[in-house]
Structure formats: structure tokens, C-alpha cells
Design a protein around this ligand. Structure first.
Ligand SMILES: *Cc1c(COP(=O)(O)O)cnc(C)c1O
Length: 465
């Protein structure tokens, strides 16, 4: 064998990638609500405790997503052509057979990952930012506003706003604004106006700053500022990047593509894994496969990987709670640690959220899925192993899914089972290298929420359920 053909042989067995043609990219999203035996409980008006109707969301969100939010009847929803055109910029994303990782682990498991890090902004978040911006534009909105922590959602939204000719105003939690300057630069590159929160531009921000001029901000305060701006500004809507049902709906493009790509590979997953913040990328990769579990009784396991410092699915309670820290949103039925739970400042900023989305919470309660919690150091161990084996430096959030995948693959090594494992690589970590630096220097630590803290926070909730 010449060295060149040996090289090609080596490459082709080491990593195999599956793509769809433009015609094969799905044209509809999957709305799992239609197929759920128990529908999610309705969101409630925080004052009257009456179930909310889609119209109640119109003042804040676009009409289209408000309707999608409460749609429990249509299993398939058309992706607008303008959004499909933009999806084509980076979709289909590759489905990759991770031979390198399998070899590094010495496992008989077949490991696949869906690589959402190839989107222009480096994460899955753009899949929902594009349709949300599109619907706003179509409904005559001129300005959109949102909050962001680490900045992944803010970056996606800023780009989507530019694409559809909207002005974007992003409130970024002050500590991230200062510690993660590159994501702020990315948002500004796309033309967004980025404000460190708390700010003096809103009443909510002023209230915080007059009490505590050095306040470093929180997602809760940033949400309050964005919501206030949307309410006070004509033609301005608020957009959200996780948790809500319509966001999960848009993300199903991930799993719908993966389903076709797994078919090309001639396999079907026994286990599907995603990291878990509010649930959007996990929903995206898993719901299209779960459809076959709900309708045909297919025995697939679905595992959400959450941080041990913010363990809503593994240790939270199923109860109505607010979506934000200040209690401005409707009451949502969810697995929660309590809306004023303050998770440790781990690097996977996108997973530091107190609650799980409404659909996921119901599926969890009904036993259709599982959750595991992952320690911060285990997540970086997994991320570094993956980077060496597959060449991609994963986002700190995605490292949690990789850690859960490695656990399952190592179980297969013990039992000798050739299970097929599929996980979602939600983003790359190239703008999170400061976190890797801390890991390498040995200054990162594990955090675990104490039982007492969780109990104290969840005991305070009204027992509506
Ligand atoms: C935001 C984010 C997450 C967590 O959000 P979900 O809604 O749970 O998916 C995970 N990974 C990356 C890369 C993110 O940016």
C-alpha cells in the first residue's frame, strides 16, 4: 500500500460524515405536543392563576410564536421559505461517526454526534433566532430585544436581526460583559446595541443600581430590563432563546436531519444525549426520535446532561414557577430549583438556569426520558478527550453531553454491547478558551448544590400542582 492510499484509508475509517442535499433538508418542524399522551400543563397568569391564551402573549412576543407556543394539535409546522433559505447557509450540519473517540475509549459502542458548532455563530442557537427574527419582521416589528449571559444567544439573535433588517438591543449580564468581551464584540460586529445589565436605561436597572451601584447583574435582572424595553417601545418585541415550547419546536431541525443521516449510516440510536440548560438543544436532537417512542413504542433512551451545580431535572421539584428571577413572567409548569436559585458561577454559562422547559418537564414526569448530573471537572476532562480525538474544541456546555456519552460508552465496554449512541454537539468552545486555561492551571473546581439550599428555595413555591 502506498503511503497516500494508506493515509486515505486511515482518514476514512477514522471519521465519517453524513450530509443531506438541499432537497433533503426538512421543510417542517416537529411539534411533539401533538403526540404527547399528557399535554404540558398551561402557563398561568401570575396574578389570577387563569390559564394563559396565545393572545395573552401577543403584546410581548410575535403572534406566530405565541400561537406555536400553545399549539397542541398540529404535529408538523411549515418552516417559512425565507428561514429555509437562511438555514441553507449552514445546514445540513454534519452527522459524524466518532471513530476517533470510540478508539480513544476502546468501546464497542458506535458513537455519532450532530455537529451544530458549524453555524456562523458557533452554536445551535441560530436555528431559533432566525425564525423568531423573521416572524417579527413579517408582522411589522422594527426592534427586538433580549438578554444574554455568556453571549451565545445574544450573538445568534444579533446576526438574525441583521439578516432580516431589524434593530437588536441586547442586555448582557454585566459580569459576562466584562469577562467575556469577545462575544460582546461579535454582537457589535453584527450591529447590535449591547448594554451591560443592570443599566440606567430602564427602571428595573435603575432600581437595582440605586440600591447597589456595584451590582454585577444576573439573567433575572437582564430579562426584566429587556421585557421593560419591549413594553415601553413601540414596534419592539422580546425574544427568548431557550425554555419555551416554540424554541424547542424550531430546534427540531437538528433531530429531523439526524434521523435522515442516521438512515444513511444504516443505524438507529439506542441512546440519544444532549446537554441541558433550558432544554432547547436537547429537545432539538431528541424529539424527532422520541416521536417513534410515543407512536410506535420504540425503545430508545433519552438522556439530558445537566451540571451538578444546577440540577433541576435530577433534584428539582415539578411545580409552577416563574421563568425569571424577578417574577415578571407567567407561571410555568416545570422542574425547578426555585426562580431565585443562584447557581455557582460555572463556565457552562448556558446551563445555569433554574428551570426546565414545559414540554421536557412533562415528558420527564411521564418517564419518557432520564437526566444525569455532571461535575464541572468531569465535563472538561471529557471535552479535552473529545478535542484530542475528533479535533473540535467543544463549548463548556456541550462538554456535559460528551461526559454523559463517555459514561454510556464505558458501560458498553464492560458489557461488550455494541450500542448506538447519538449526542448533540451544541457548540464549539473557541471563544471560551479562558475557561480551558483555568482548567489546565488547576484552578477550576466542582460545585454541588446542597440539599438544604434546594429545599429552602423550592419550599417557598406556591403549591399550585
Ligand atoms: C445556550 C447553550 C446551551 C444550553 O441551552 P439549551 O436551551 O438547554 O440548549 C447549550 N449549549 C450551547 C453551546 C449553548 O449556547
Amino acid at each position: 500500500m502506498s503511503s497516500i492510499s494508506y493515509y486515505c484509508y486511515f482518514m476514512s475509517t477514522r471519521q465519517k460524515r453524513y450530509f443531506l442535499t438541499e432537497e433533503e433538508i426538512p421543510t417542517r418542524w416537529y411539534n411533539i405536543q401533538a403526540d404527547m399522551p399528557n399535554k404540558p400543563l398551561p402557563p398561568l397568569n401570575p396574578v389570577t392563576h387563569e390559564p394563559m391564551k396565545a393572545e395573552d402573549f401577543y403584546p410581548l412576543f410575535s403572534k406566530a410564536v405565541s400561537d406555536q407556543e400553545l399549539n397542541t394539535t398540529d404535529a408538523w409546522i411549515d418552516i417559512p421559505e425565507e428561514v429555509r433559505d437562511m438555514y441553507k447557509y449552514y445546514r445540513s450540519t454534519p452527522l459524524v461517526r466518532a471513530y476517533g473517540l470510540e478508539e480513544a475509549l476502546g468501546t464497542p459502542a458506535h458513537i455519532y454526534f450532530k455537529n451544530e458548532s458549524v453555524s456562523p455563530v458557533g452554536s445551535h442557537k441560530l436555528n431559533s433566532a432566525l425564525p423568531q427574527a423573521y416572524y417579527c419582521k413579517k408582522e411589522g416589528v422594527t426592534n427586538i430585544t433580549t438578554e444574554t449571559g455568556a453571549g451565545q444567544w445574544g450573538a445568534a439573535l444579533s446576526y438574525a436581526a441583521k439578516v432580516f433588517g431589524l434593530e437588536a438591543a441586547v442586555y448582557q449580564v454585566k459580569i459576562s460583559y466584562e469577562q467575556k468581551p469577545y462575544r460582546r464584540s461579535i454582537m457589535q460586529t453584527y450591529g447590535a446595541q449591547v448594554t451591560a445589565s443592570p443599566s440606567m436605561s430602564t427602571r428595573a436597572g435603575k432600581d437595582v443600581l440605586t440600591k447597589d451601584p456595584n451590582n454585577q447583574g444576573s439573567l433575572g435582572t437582564a430579562i426584566s430590563e429587556a421585557v421593560e424595553l419591549a413594553r415601553m417601545t413601540p414596534n419592539c418585541k422580546y425574544v427568548l432563546g431557550s425554555v419555551l415550547n416554540h424554541v424547542a419546536l424550531h430546534q427540531t431541525i437538528i433531530g429531523l436531519e439526524a434521523e435522515k443521516q442516521m438512515k444513511m449510516a444504516g443505524e438507529y440510536p439506542d441512546v440519544v444525549i444532549g446537554c441541558f440548560g433550558g432544554g432547547s438543544n436537547f429537545a432539538g436532537i431528541s424529539f424527532p426520535f422520541m416521536r417513534h417512542t410515543l407512536l410506535e413504542g420504540k425503545k430508545t433512551r433519552y438522556i439530558a446532561a445537566e451540571p451538578a451545580s444546577c440540577p433541576k431535572l435530577t433534584r428539582g421539584v415539578f411545580q409552577y414557577d416563574f421563568g425569571d428571577l424577578s417574577g415578571l413572567t407567567p407561571l410555568l409548569p416545570m422542574y425547578t430549583l426555585g426562580h431565585d436559585f443562584m447557581p455557582a458561577n460555572i463556565h457552562a454559562g448556558g446551563l445555569r438556569y433554574h428551570g426546565a422547559g414545559m414540554i421536557i418537564s412533562q415528558l420527564m414526569k411521564d418517564g419518557y426520558m432520564e437526566a444525569v448530573d455532571i461535575q464541572q471537572l468531569d465535563s472538561f476532562d471529557a471535552g479535552v478527550l473529545f478535542a484530542k480525538a475528533e479535533g473540535i474544541v467543544p463549548a463548556p456546555e456541550s462538554c456535559h453531553a460528551i461526559a454523559a456519552t463517555i459514561r454510556e460508552a464505558m458501560k458498553c465496554k464492560e458489557t461488550g454491547e455494541e450500542k448506538v449512541i447519538l449526542f448533540n454537539l451544541s457548540g464549539h468552545g473557541l471563544i471560551d478558551m479562558a475557561a480551558y486555561d483555568q482548567y489546565f492551571s488547576g484552578s477550576l473546581q466542582n460545585y454541588e448544590a446542597s440539599d438544604e439550599l434546594i429545599k429552602r428555595n423550592t419550599d417557598k413555591l406556591d403549591k399550585i400542582i
